[in-house]
Design a protein around this ligand. Structure first.
Ligand SMILES: NC(=O)C1=CN([C@@H]2O[C@H](COP(=O)(O)OP(=O)(O)OC[C@H]3O[C@@H](n4cnc5c(N)ncnc54)[C@H](OP(=O)(O)O)[C@@H]3O)[C@@H](O)[C@H]2O)[C@@H](O)CC1
Ligand SMILES: [K+]
Length: 484
């Protein structure tokens, strides 16, 4: 698992470490790591041109020292000082010693022909969107030829939430120090951070345990172990699905198919889409009656394509009245938002899987702080909330949170959510903790999207078809994790 640490957590750990190390040592570690990543990205230093955008804090200091490393290896480095009187003095001296130059107020900043632009405008000390002069330089960097690399955090991005209050630096890569900050991987910030590279500066032992995480393939593989010799079709958890209707039978087919393909054992289906499910998946045990007639299960999925009429409401209430884990998806979310008491009083885990509009039905839209919003709704309802998005967020009622790392825009296709809820039901039926099962389901769903999209445009059925191969990859060598 990759821990996501807030600014307060990073600052607290830094205070301890700063007191135990010689002055400037941490910045040297950060700048050396930064220069190393830049050299790897550029392929060489000699003959390249780099422009440093330097603010008046330590983030600018990092950029200046890294620029000095590059200049010492033959790069032509130009520093643009946004606050000349406060530019890091030792960093500035190091850059000058190594042959770097400083552009005056109206001088040539080199942005029009740079190979590399380092954003050291502001790091974790930033507040709000970029100020006008910084915004203008960030805009020029975005349209110029240079590879854009953010130092610690893309300037203008809130490191804790990913919120972008105005202009921000659009980085293709972000080199971050000590710990990955949530704002680099969630919300709008994810789009500004690009590929995240973590540089170890020795903060780890001093960091408080993170309250938000990203899962890796290895974390998810734990939930996807193949059956052992002692297993039978019941022993690893049976999932029940109430999805689809006469009008939308496909939701039932996709949801049961995804449950079956994730962890084959036994899947039961109840409700009016039975004929379509029987035809598509002869392996599924189907009843045309209600959930009570389906037989024993260890977890329910309810809602996809199920409608919001009285009958659908009765089915939802029946399933939520059990002492089993329940995934509440799609139409069932609309019903649950009307009657949150159905969810609030439960003893067993409930997982709600809203997209933004469904989330808003429970009160307010998620806004720019997606982790915070998901946590608030989870605590309010006593349920796990899986908030779908570019980077899906999962929050538990106790504040545990996960940000998915495998999302791809190829998943924005009809029926994709039905596949996710089927995967999730299958993992919940094993008895896995609900928040982690939800995060694992989002991870696997994203990987299935990546696997399927490698062959071209995808529809939701492709996700189901490619699930066995995806599970194999996640268990085995897998696709590369993010560099974080
Ligand atoms: N501590 C450590 O151990 C280590 C820290 N390290 C590094 O230090 C960084 C934190 O440094 P920091 O605390 O000096 O703050 P920093 O991010 O440079 O920002 C302050 C400056 O930004 C300005 N500014 C603010 N908002 C702005 C805006 N919207 N638009 C434009 N400007 C804005 C603000 O101006 P002011 O508000 O004061 O006028 C001030 O000049 C951290 O991210 C990491 O890179 C590494 O070396 C590893 C060791
Ligand atoms: K920055």
């Amino acid at each position: 698992m990759i821990g996501l640490s807030t600014v307060a957590e990073v600052r607290a750990a830094e205070d301890v470490l700063l007191a135990a190390t010689r002055e400037g040592a941490l910045m040297q570690r950060a700048a050396t790591g930064l220069a190393t990543v830049c050299l790897r990205l550029l392929g060489r230093a000699h003959g390249t041109r780099a422009t440093l955008l330097v603010g008046g804090g330590n983030n600018g200091g990092d950029a200046l020292f890294a620029g000095a490393h590059l200049a010492a290896r033959g790069a032509r480095v130009t520093a643009v000082l946004l606050d000349p009187a406060r530019a890091h003095p030792a960093g500035l001296a190091a850059l000058r010693r190594a042959g770097g130059r400083v552009a005056g107020p109206d001088g040539d900043d080199g942005l029009d022909r740079a190979d590399l632009v380092l954003d050291g405008i502001v790091g974790i000390g930033g507040r709000g969107g970029l100020r006008p002069e910084a915004a203008r330089l960030a805009q020029r960097a975005a349209t110029g030829p240079g590879l854009t690399v953010a130092v610690d955090v893309p300037s203008g991005v809130d490191a804790d939430t990913g919120a972008v209050g105005g202009a921000a630096f659009p980085a293709l890569h972000t080199v971050t120090f000590g710990a990955v900050k949530p704002g680099l991987v969630v919300g709008e910030g994810r789009g500004y951070a690009g590929t995240v590279h973590l540089v170890d500066i020795g903060l780890g032992p001093h960091l408080a345990p993170a309250r938000a995480h990203q899962l890796t393939d290895a974390d998810v593989a734990v939930h996807l172990e193949p059956p052992g010799p002692g297993d039978d079709k019941y022993s690893r958890g049976v999932v029940g699905v109430v999805a689809g209707s006469a009008a939308y039978p496909g939701a039932g087919v996709l949801c049961t198919g995804a449950a079956l393909r994730t962890r084959p054992g036994l899947v039961r289906h109840a409700g009016p889409a039975g004929d379509a499910v029987r035809t598509a998946w002869p392996e599924v045990i189907v009843t045309d009656g209600g959930p009570g007639e389906a037989g024993r299960v260890q977890a329910w999925v309810v809602g996809p394509g199920a409608g919001t009429d009285d009958a659908a409401r009765r089915v939802l209430a029946e399933v939520l009245a059990t002492d089993l884990p329940v995934v509440v998806d799609a139409d069932a979310l609309t019903l649950a938002a009307r009657e949150p008491a159905l969810v609030r009083g439960r003893g067993a885990p409930t997982v709600l899987t809203p997209h933004d509009r469904e989330f808003a039905r429970f009160g307010e839209p998620p806004g720019a702080d997606r982790i915070g919003s998901a946590r608030r709704l989870a605590a309010d309802l006593g349920a796990v909330v899986l908030l779908k998005g570019d980077a899906t967020v999962v929050a538990g009622p106790d504040g545990t949170a996960f940000v998915n790392a495998t999302g791809t825009s190829d998943l924005a296709t009809a029926g994709s959510g039905d596949v996710l809820s089927g995967i999730l039901g299958s993992l919940l039926a094993t008895g896995a903790p609900a928040a982690e099962a939800a995060a694992a389901a989002a991870h696997l769903h994203g990987r299935a999207g990546q696997v399927a999209a490698a062959a071209g445009p995808i529809v939701a059925g492709d996700l189901v078809r490619r699930l066995p191969e995806t599970v194999g990859r996640v268990r085995g060598t897998g696709l590369p994790d993010s560099e974080a």
